[in-house]
Ligand binder design. Structure first.
Ligand SMILES: O=P(O)(O)OC[C@H]1O[C@](O)(COP(=O)(O)O)[C@@H](O)[C@@H]1O
Ligand SMILES: [Mg+2]
Ligand SMILES: [Mg+2]
Length: 297
């Protein structure tokens, strides 16, 4: 279980700020989506991870920085798209955002998301400092998952910027039926490949992989199973980033009763080695993540 929740964030101001962040994410998502059609092109710069930015990444980041930065109670804002965090106020909470997760899916018009993490403390923060986290999924329907106060809720987002609670206390189904593993197969380690082959052999499971972590993780939250973006031979830390992807998804999945790992321990216990540090990610049903850890041991 994630150990920190709003009850330990200790002030009414913090609770209001967390609610404010959730409201901003919900009300900005329709605008981000509306702004996508003209922004399926690359921007001029690379992001701090050395990846080509899409115009949409920059657009979504600017909108979120301006709005979240104006919220009372937020001290720092950071995103995957800017090298340093920005001091935006005097509050003790920090907000870290992956403005568009899976933006390489823009060209083929596949699914994408927006991830947010609210930490009680300065950035880079630790996974155990999280007080809320969640994501928007831009699918056929816009949905938002929010983990706070020890529970996970699902909302449908409407174009008029309102949001509607559609599922309370979301938890991973016991019998996981899907799996999705990222990275090039020849770049997987032998131990991970052996684990993947074992998962594939189970007739009750099928492959679901779209290449956007949020889309792939939301399938795990819906159907149960396991998602991995593993250690690669060419990249021992994998691809995904701790502050913007690993910690918040770890918080959501563990709050929903699942398990997460970097290969040896919970994603929430990974060291916070710099703002843009990466981590291998394995998330899903407890039994499958335990098998994975045993396989990599
Ligand atoms: O196609 P690749 O290079 O394996 O990467 C896929 C992974 O990269 C990501 O797109 C990285 O996130 P960003 O799009 O936010 O950079 C994940 O959503 C996805 O799991
Ligand atoms: Mg991402
Ligand atoms: Mg991104």
């Amino acid at each position: 279980m994630a150990t920190t929740d709003v009850n330990t964030a200790d002030t009414a101001r913090a609770v209001r700020t967390i609610d404010g962040v959730v409201d901003i994410i919900a009300s900005t998502a329709p605008e981000i989506r509306t702004g996508l059609p003209g922004r399926r092109v690359t921007a001029e710069d690379e992001n701090p991870s050395g990846e080509t930015q899409m115009a949409a990444d920059v657009f979504a980041d600017d909108l979120l920085c301006e709005r979240i930065g104006a919220l009372d109670g937020v001290g720092e804002y950071a995103s995957e798209e800017r090298p340093e965090s920005v001091d935006v106020g005097t509050g003790r909470l920090s907000v870290a955002v992956d403005p568009l997760d899976g933006s390489s899916n823009l060209k083929p018009n596949n699914t994408m998301g927006t991830i947010f993490a609210v930490y009680d403390g300065p950035l880079p923060a630790h996974g155990r400092d999280l007080v809320a986290a969640g994501y928007v999924l831009y699918g056929p329907v816009m949905t938002m998952i929010v983990a706070r106060n020890g529970t996970v809720d699902e909302y449908v987002l409407h174009d008029d910027a309102s949001h509607e609670l559609v599922r309370e206390d979301v938890s991973l189904p016991d019998e996981g039926s899907v799996y999705g593993f990222g990275g090039r197969v020849p770049d997987w380690t032998d131990d991970f490949e052996a684990f993947a082959r074992e998962v594939e052999q189970d007739a009750s499971r099928k492959l679901r992989y779209g290449g956007s972590m949020i889309g792939d993780v939301n399938q795990i939250l819906t159907y149960g199973g396991i998602f991995a973006y593993p250690t690669l031979e060419s990249a021992p830390e994998g691809k995904l980033r701790v502050q913007f992807e690993g910690y918040p998804i770890g918080y959501v999945i563990e709050t929903a009763g699942g398990a997460t790992s970097d290969g040896t321990k919970s994603l929430l216990d990974v060291d916070k080695d710099g703002l843009h540090a990466r981590t291998p990610m394995y998330v899903g049903n407890t039994e499958l993540v335990a098998k994975l850890e045993a396989a990599l041991d």
